[in-house]
Design a protein around this ligand. Sequence first.
Ligand SMILES: Cc1cc2nc3c(=O)[nH]c(=O)nc-3n(C[C@H](O)[C@H](O)[C@H](O)COP(=O)(O)OP(=O)(O)OC[C@H]3O[C@@H](n4cnc5c(N)ncnc54)[C@H](O)[C@@H]3O)c2cc1C
Length: 390
Amino acid sequence: MSDTLEACVIGAGAAGLAAAITAAEQGVRVVVLERQARIGQSILKTGNGRCNLTNDAIGAALPLGTYRNQDFASNVLGRWDAAAVRAWFDERGLMTEADERGWVYPRTRMANSVLDVLRHRIAELDVELRCECQPEHVESAGEGFVLHLASGESLCSRAVILAHGGSRSVDIGGLSYQETAPILGPLGTDTAAIRGLDGVRVSAQLSLSRNERELFCEYGELLFRNYGLSGIVAFNLSRYARRGDHISIDLFPEDTEDGLAAFLGARRESLGGYDTQSFYDGMLHPRIGRLFRDSYANSHRLAHALKHWQVRMNAAPKPEQAQVLRGGYQVAAFRADRLEAYDYPGLFAAGECLDVDGPCGGYNLHWAWASGITAGYAAAAFSSSRFPSD
Ligand SMILES: Cc1cc2nc3c(=O)[nH]c(=O)nc-3n(C[C@H](O)[C@H](O)[C@H](O)COP(=O)(O)OP(=O)(O)OC[C@H]3O[C@@H](n4cnc5c(N)ncnc54)[C@H](O)[C@@H]3O)c2cc1C
């Protein structure tokens, strides 16, 4: 193949740009193909424009089940934990800082800064960018791959890195694929129990159960919508929820039910002649207080209601509201250490196109950077038929 490229990256999002920079830093000539008119547009939308790029909790003690397919992902995350990814960015000019939860942002709190740093490095390394270029089909041929573009042209490349994100926009014949489903977004629920609360924010503990088995329990920010539940804790719950599952909202997770009942009884006594609404004022959002008006007289009934407020999930997040598409290339088809397809030597994958996802807080972008860097090293080694000395 005389015109064969050394390494081709499909997709210029977080994973693709990290992969391209890494492979180019190893001395490989890299071409990035991006279907949009500009690179890195998905990065700009993250973290409400501030880009929560990693989380300091991603290290040796990462709790089991934080990531989907964590056994597979941990091969990459063990080497590229939060400290390593922050150092990678630091070396390339991006200053980062963590908030009190350990969520890491660029120091400027601007997603643009992340993209600027990646763009400068891409230019410095002479990585070739081809925008508005969309490979639709990749097939293995001879000593590499042929990429058939939407324009009708085709390209040949010795190594290919798939980094096209969550949607299945490229056809790779024999690679097994898990159909995608939107996660990390607002959930539809029955609305009778939360009527009138659209826009109300609280801190609460949400638990999810199916057939009386608890599948998820987390404390965090909850936002009521007229169709259901939003906010970070609801987004995280959406990774586990199915239609028909029970969601229980605990507004006082710091108290036992008996302790809360005793507190409510004492409050009623100390506030003496107050009416029902005044009893709730200063304790609950007024609109939530109104919903619990009928339970006011009985402290035990009210404590139970405030700790076991029940709604039923009836709709998954809409794709346009979800942060991540769960699913993608099945991880069993890839070597966990270098993200190379077992059946297609020279074909690598990184980021959301693999069936790995994490909760809110920088975990998904972290996976994109860490897997992109890993695939970039491996593709460079493959393309130049050597492996990194480290
Ligand atoms: C609103 C929003 C906010 C988010 N905030 C955060 C956050 O703060 N922290 C966090 O960790 N995660 C966040 N996420 C999730 C995070 O953005 C993704 O996990 C991450 O961008 C995945 O990176 P990726 O490179 O794998 O895919 P993408 O970022 O989706 O990039 C894929 C790229 O490939 C291109 N492409 C697709 N198909 C083709 C093709 N056939 N040919 C050429 N190009 C193609 C796309 O145009 C795109 O540029 C957020 C997501 C959303 C939607």
